[in-house]
Ligand binder design. Structure first.
Ligand SMILES: O=P(O)(O)O[C@@H]1C[C@H](O)[C@@H](CO)O1
Length: 319
């Protein structure tokens, strides 16, 4: 049964009044203490402290094993999500469902091989709760990756879009991972979002792309997340384009909001896995198989790109 919490509020005249809200930990938030249990379960079993966390997007988490980013990790310690206290389960093909600790380019990291999406039935706070677990473990830098449909007409399939900003469309409808009572131990009630994506990390990543000779496939753009699981209609895509969206997906925004709430520094990129169809006479249908295939096709480049970005963050910023 939901526990009733009484909140003290003041009315316009400064008079205290009480409002009862229905609050059940499972339905609403997992408490700070529960997430400490999760973090302790992990830190008891891993003898190094990663400062950098990575979230692998669809098709990028190496569900096919060989040659992927996850495959490149050394000294791997893997935790299937079902073994981790309070963790949700991955239900989407292309999302393996493991939290992996290891070393990438000699740098200790923790990597989510599979993320949680709203369309799987999880509330946004639960989709993003692994970010808080990472924070409690000691992670200060989040690299969130995703697969997305390209709306910007200059983008091609297989391009990489560094996310410079997002439009939190689900937030416009009142759905936000920070909804509900705020726990100040994570962060402040009203966090700013105008510096959500770290400018310096983006500049560094552009330099990495230049050094790798892949500048021609790397862009900077605006991402938005819709709830999914259906891909968008033509009218919806036309609307998003007018709003200034360059790529559309079904994740990441709530993770980034949660990460910024707890003062993590964020770097995000989208792999453009399909070009969005914005006219009624094109009969191509977006599909998840294509999304995963493009992830696999680009695994070599993405692995090298992420390895170098990680090395750069570690050398330049991690104390
Ligand atoms: O986890 P991401 O955002 O990379 O996954 C995208 C969005 C949907 O989950 C899926 C559609 O193919 O790929």
């Amino acid at each position: 049964m939901p526990e009733i919490i009484k909140t003290n509020l003041t009315n316009g005249n400064g008079v205290q009044k009480q409002r009862s809200t229905s609050f059940n930990e499972e339905e609403n938030k997992i408490s700070y203490e529960s997430l400490q249990e999760t973090s302790k379960y992990l830190t008891d079993r891993v003898k190094f402290t990663p400062k950098i966390g990575i979230i692998c997007g669809s098709g990028m988490g190496g569900y096919w094993k060989a040659g992927s980013l996850a495959d490149a990790l050394e000294d791997k310690i893997e935790f299937p999500y079902e073994d981790i206290p309070h963790f949700p389960r991955s239900t989407v093909e292309g999302h393996v469902g493991k939290l992996v600790f290891g070393h990438l380019s000699g740098v200790p990291i923790v990597c989510m091989q599979g993320r949680f999406h709203y369309y799987e039935g999880y509330p946004l706070w639960k989709c993003a709760m692994p970010v808080r677990v990472m924070k409690l473990i000691g992670v200060d830098y989040l690299i969130a990756t995703n697969a997305a449909g390209g709306l910007n007409p200059t983008y091609n399939i297989g391009d990489i879009m560094l996310v410079k900003d997002h439009i939190n469309l689900m937030g416009f409808a009142g759905n936000n991972p920070l909804q509900g009572p705020n726990d100040d131990r994570f962060g402040i009630r009203f966090p700013p979002m105008n510096q959500a994506y770290d400018r310096q990390l983006m500049k560094d990543a552009l330099q990495v792309a230049k050094d790798m000779g892949i500048s021609d496939i790397v862009h900077e753009g605006v991402y938005t997340c819709l709830g999914g699981p259906n891909f968008e209609t033509v009218a919806e895509l036309k609307m998003l384009k007018m709003l200034g969206v360059d790529a559309v997906g079904m994740s990441t925004v709530h993770e980034v909001i949660t990460a910024r709430h707890c003062q993590m520094t964020v770097f995000t990129f989208s792999l453009i896995t399909n070009c969005c169809v914005t006219d009624y006479d094109t009969y191509e249908l977006p599909n998840h198989e294509e999304v995963m295939d493009v992830g696999k096709m680009r695994q070599g480049i993405l692995k090298d790109f992420v390895k170098t970005v990680v090395l750069n963050i570690s050398k330049k910023y991690v104390k």
